[in-house]
Ligand binder design. Structure first.
Ligand code: GLY
Ligand code: MN
Ligand code: MN
Length: 520
């Protein structure tokens, strides 16, 4: 197939139609509040005002390009479209080749859209034209991108001397202006947007609630059908199928369906191994709804019943999760929840005989990281691992983020320093850089206990510091468990929390797997 070339001329007359309908109801049975919120426009102007408040300036122009159309190298095919989330935050627009400007002095939000020529419509359908986009989006004006360089040329200068952008490589083309007539600031905008994004608006909460409703239905379907499934791929297919038929084809991250030892690989995604002969399967999967993520993990016994060891580890992780969720309210320091989960894990693993020795010595050594090696959770929003503003939920640097930005690792030395910090901060009452939970933040609580032979043998059993605290013979019985993780998305409310995730877990999940189910 040939692709038409990029649009080059402004529109002649109006076109109707377009596929980006914000009020497109899918076949879902959710609360009326969610339905009505979905029918309103995405609150782009509210969001840009939050950004401006954080930016703390009253002059200049904010400029953000949306995601352009991309092709693979030497190919006329490209990846599935995924909007730039900072751009989406102040537009609600989910199609390629757009841009947005906000003029701070006049409080004017302008959406810049591509003009789509009729021959392109033949191949790809249409994105909204300017008049349809005005109806769909909460902006002050919609214009065509071909006019953008001229607009910037006319509006940057002595009266509006600063252009705020996210990154140097997102600087726009500006028709020639005298040198020094404006400056480009690529340092202030991203931190301001991160501070704005970390506390969700009610509209955003409803979108994440809806993503959770769909993902929870998909997890329910996996539980109901588990005994008929033979391979990890059946789980992936069942999950994806429910999301797709409910209008949420995009996943917030690659589905993880890891059985047996694969359950101990944190970001396993091959999802192609037989279930037979394995004890448990970890299913970590969450769809996006209108660009907003959900992030849910369930661990299911493959034959419908937990082994003795599997049940013990499931109960322990369940307790870690329940007690941490129960402690969520405004003012909670999230990093202390991680320490709470770690303390429960130490106590539980001592009881099971996997750990041995003095509880304080084990805590001081950080040995529990052998089994609970990652952070308790993260913010959820436009990204599954969403921005956290100036402060941090858990670690103060990015150096322990695995795979360039995913989940945080918590090795022993880090756990020990968190513990020390908790003690000294409690004495001084100062928690520099540590995030305190606020209403309308949404965080995951996702404790896990894993038996990854390579990790445990490579870094712990072979270490004089840790080896003495681990009973190898008892541990050997637990390797077949693989791993258990349970993960829910928790909204912080003014007086506590609301669990947005209704995917079955615990006894409800077991009943569903074994036939005591309702239709999904
Ligand atoms: N699904 C990725 C995570 O739980 O962080
Ligand atoms: Mn997560
Ligand atoms: Mn997850």
């Amino acid at each position: 197939m040939l692709r038409p070339t990029a649009p080059s001329r402004p529109p002649e007359g109006q076109r109707t139609g377009g596929y980006a309908d914000m009020c497109d109801h899918s076949r879902l049975d959710v609360q009326k509040t969610v339905e009505s919120a979905r029918c309103d426009k995405y609150p782009a102007r509210l969001h840009v005002r939050k950004v401006v408040k954080e930016l703390g300036v009253d002059n200049g122009i904010i400029y953000l390009p949306g995601e352009p159309t991309r092709l693979y190298e030497d190919s006329d095919m490209g990846p599935a479209f995924r909007q730039r989330k900072y751009f989406y935050y102040i537009t609600g627009v989910n199609f390629p080749d757009c841009a947005v400007t906000f003029e701070l002095a006049t409080d004017r939000l302008t959406l810049w859209i591509p003009f789509v020529e009729p021959r392109q419509i033949l191949w790809f359908g249409s994105t909204p034209d300017a008049s349809r986009a005005m109806e769909l989006y909460d902006v002050d004006e919609v214009r065509y991108t071909s006019q953008l360089p001229k607009f910037l040329h006319a509006n940057l200068g002595p009266s509006s001397p600063t252009l705020y952008i996210l990154h140097p490589n997102q600087a726009p083309h500006v028709a020639t202006l005298p040198r020094g007539s404006y400056r480009v600031d690529f340092l202030s905008l991203q931190p301001a947007m991160d501070r704005a994004r970390v506390v969700k608006t009610d509209y955003e909460v409803d979108l994440i609630r809806h993503a959770n409703a769909i993902s929870s239905a998909a997890h329910r379907r996996v539980a109901v059908n588990l005994l008929d499934m033979e391979n990890e791929s059946d789980i992936e297919a069942a999950f994806q199928s429910i999301c797709t038929t409910r209008g949420a084809r995009d996943q917030a991250y690659a589905i993880i369906a890891g059985a047996g030892p694969n359950a101990s690989t944190l970001h396993y995604d091959a999802n192609n191994q037989p279930l037979e002969g394995k004890q448990l399967v970890v299913v970590d999967a969450g769809c996006e709804w209108k660009c907003y993520a959900s992030d849910i993990t369930r661990t299911l016994p493959i034959g419908g019943t937990f082994s003795t060891e599997g049940a013990a580890i499931y109960k322990l992780v369940e307790r870690m999760q329940d007690e941490c969720i129960a402690a969520i309210r405004p003012g909670t320091l999230y990093f202390q929840l991680h320490l709470k989960a770690a303390a429960i894990a130490i106590e539980g693993l001592l009881k099971l005989g996997i750990l041995r020795g003095d509880v304080h010595d084990i805590a001081q050594a950080g040995t529990v990281s052998a089994f609970f090696p990652h952070g308790l959770g993260h913010h959820v929003g436009l990204e599954v691992h969403d921005v956290s503003g100036d402060d941090r939920l858990l670690l103060l640097t990015d150096s322990l983020k695995i795979e360039g930005g995913k989940r945080e690792m918590v090795p022993p030395a880090t756990l020990v320093s968190l513990l020390r910090e908790a003690i000294t901060s409690a004495a001084t009452g100062r928690y520099k850089g540590r995030q305190v939970l606020e209403p309308n933040m949404i965080v995951t609580v996702e404790p896990g206990i894993y038996f990854c032979r390579e990790y445990i043998e490579g870094y712990f059993l072979s270490s004089p510091t840790h080896g003495k605290f681990i009973d190898r013979d008892v541990l050997e019985k637990y390797y077949p468990v693989g791993g258990v993780r349970i993960e829910d998305d928790i909204l912080v409310t003014p007086d506590g929390y609301e669990n947005l995730t209704s995917a079955p877990k615990g006894t409800e999940m077991l009943n569903l797997i074994n036939g005591d189910f309702q239709c999904v």
